[in-house]
Design a protein around this ligand. Structure first.
Ligand code: ATP
Ligand code: IP8
Length: 279
């Protein structure tokens, strides 16, 4: 049983750009990052002071990177389609689901090898969306696992959608929903840049880091170009997090490529990044 040092519960998103080689044509795990981050998580927790009745704990959500985005994009999952294309779409859905499940197995195995009690939760088996937004998500399983000292590990997944028949549910929306409806003290998103910039820092040397975002107006001018990302990239992320800030849950986007950043954030130390907060 793990007990958080300092805070009661934390939700950590590990971006697909960190645990996979996102620009790779083939699905590829970045084992160096994955193992380093597992180490940082392990070192941030104390295995003492066991108290299974408290909601002390960690929920991990990870992104799809080069496993999920390419098939989701190829089969245009989440876009309207005529009924005759349903058989082909079902194959695309199944391929995408299978790819992200495979990535999740690598992630959970790495966490377990580091002595962390990770349990995999596949949202496509119990979550549905309406117009691409979650409307049916039973959080009881997550609560039960947390109360028993496990680390639930969820991930972006294709799901059945009332309007579009199928949709891609991003890890960012999953994180937002969990943080909204389970009491969460801290929300940390690790990605491969220092935070939100006024333009894509990978393609613009003069991009400036925005240290705090508290309204959509502040990021309306932000360019958020992505190659393969089907779930809105950086601006999609910030939109989810702003809706959390509205209800008083702050979050931070940090660079998980920097050794120690995830560990420091988990231990409530100040880390360079973008804070999403209500003014
Ligand atoms: P996944 O969605 O697979 O989990 P992720 O959460 O790690 O991945 P992305 O959705 O790929 O992250 O978003 C991060 C990427 O967004 C960065 O690699 C960066 O190149 C790109 N990006 C585009 N516009 C911006 C911007 N204005 N500020 C910061 N990053 C940006
Ligand atoms: O990487 C996307 O989740 P994300 C999920 O968190 C799929 O945006 C299946 C592409």
């Amino acid at each position: 049983m793990l007990t958080r040092v300092g805070v009661k519960m934390i939700i950590l998103k590990i971006g697909g750009s960190i645990i996979t080689e996102k620009d790779s044509k083939e699905p590829k795990v970045d084992y160096k990052n994955l193992n380093r981050i597992c180490n940082e998580i392990k070192e941030s927790f104390s295995t003492e002071n066991i108290n299974a009745d408290l909601m002390d704990g960690l929920v991990i959500v990870h992104g799809a990177g080069s496993f999920g985005h390419p098939p989701a994009s190829e089969y245009k999952i989440g876009q309207p389609f005529p009924n005759e294309e349903f058989p082909e779409k079902r194959i695309g859905f199944a391929k995408t689901q299978s790819a992200v499940k495979e990535l999740n197995t690598y992630v959970c195995n790495a966490l377990i090898e580091h002595g962390l009690p990770a349990v995999s939760m596949q949202v496509s088996s119990f979550v549905t969306t309406s117009d691409k937004r979650i409307y049916d998500f039973d959080l009881e399983f997550i609560k039960n696992y947390l109360n028993n000292g496990f680390i639930p590990v969820l991930y972006g997944d294709p799901v059945l959608d009332e309007k579009y028949k199928m949709a891609i549910l991003s890890g960012d929306q999953i994180l937002q929903y969990i943080a909204r409806f389970l009491v969460s003290d801290r929300v940390v998103l690790g990605t491969d840049v220092d935070g939100v910039y006024d333009k894509n820092p990978k393609t613009h040397d003069d991009a400036k880091l925005i240290e705090e975002v508290s309204s959509i107006e502040e990021i309306i001018q932000v360019e958020s170009t992505t190659n393969i990302d089907v779930t809105g990239g950086m601006v999609g992320k910030v939109n989810e997090l702003l809706s959390l800030a509205e209800i008083g849950v702050d979050s931070e986007i940090i660079n998980a490529n920097r050794p120690g950043a995830i560990g420091d954030a988990l231990q409530n130390k100040k880390v360079k990044g973008t804070k999403i907060t209500k003014k």
